[in-house]
Ligand binder design. Structure first.
Ligand code: HEC
Length: 156
């Protein structure tokens, strides 16, 4: 029994002595450590990286979309202002004139009033004595151009 115990103690001591030995041999066991690092550190980092790449490309998409929206708004504004140039000789730069001494002053009209007047001139359902003249002015305008014009005039 005593003998067994001392063997056990010896083994225990050996076992304890083993530990520092192992750690001193660490450089040799570096491949498995690297492997562990790959799994524990590099893999999540890769996942993070992929996520970041995904987020960046999503942000890029968002920016492109926003730019297109801004472009669309800008184009509409430019169109309205440009289109109105052919109206200013009669209605005035600020739509403040009584066109040919006959029309109402359209400055201050809201979008829907302007747009329905133009649609009305187009299909002949709106206007006074000189409605034929105004029909000639608006008949070639598209839906979008009427909208752009209405937006622009109402903003003057
Ligand atoms: C040659 C002159 C002339 C030009 C150019 C002209 N208009 Fe007119 N506009 C008139 C006259 C005149 C009237 C009144 C017509 C009537 O008897 O209904 C009028 C009426 C209108 C009205 C309704 C106001 C009302 O009296 O009920 C709107 C809106 C309008 N014009 C918008 C435009 C727009 C937009 C343009 C350019 C695309 C334009 N006009 C170009 C002469 C002009």
């Amino acid at each position: 029994m005593r003998y067994t115990l001392s063997i056990l103690t010896a083994l225990l001591l050996l076992g304890c002595g083993d530990t520092p030995q192992k750690s001193s041999a660490e450089p040799e066991s570096s491949p498995p450590i690297q492997e562990t690092m790959t799994q524990k550190t590099v893999a999540p980092a890769l996942v993070k990286h992929e996520k970041a790449v995904e987020e960046v490309s999503k942000a890029e998409e968002d920016v492109t979309q926003k730019a297109e929206e801004v472009q669309a708004v800008a184009t509409a504004a430019v169109d309205g202002a440009t289109l109105f140039q052919k109206c200013t000789s009669c209605h005035g730069q600020k739509a403040e004139k009584v066109a040919l001494g006959k029309s109402e002053v359209i400055a201050g009209w809201d979008v829907s009033r302007l747009s329905s007047a133009m649609h009305g001139y187009k299909d002949g359902s709106y206007g006074g004595a000189m409605k034929a003249l105004m029909q000639g002015q608006v008949k070639s305008l598209s839906e979008q151009e009427i909208e752009a014009l209405s937006e622009y005039i109402s903003s003057l």
